[in-house]
Design a protein around this ligand. Sequence first.
Ligand code: FES
Length: 118
Amino acid sequence: MSENGELPLFPDEPPPAPFVTVAQQGDIPDGQGRAFTVGKRVVAVFLHEGRYFAIDDFCPHQGASLADGYIAGCAVACPWHHWRFSIEDGTWLDNPKIAIEKFAVRLSGLDIQVQVPP
Ligand code: FES
């Protein structure tokens, strides 16, 4: 039972992961990405036209860091073999049936925060 006496809607669902500060505004130049370790994951955070995006940093092809890739529009091209992924939702743009994980990202004051499930 919850604090207000109501039964939880999804009692077996784990609580949402907390947002974690990975950088400060100004640490990521517009049009670039940076990689950050959050727990056991590495997250690529991009700043594109004033908005932040966060996806899994690990390229599923051979493991390059997508944070080191090249941004064109809302896509990042892997620096090794140029597979392209949406920085908005992680879709592999050359085969949209496949996607890498995306993460919620927000600003809290000057902090850039990401929410990464364990
Ligand atoms: S390692 Fe990313 S496309 Fe090959």
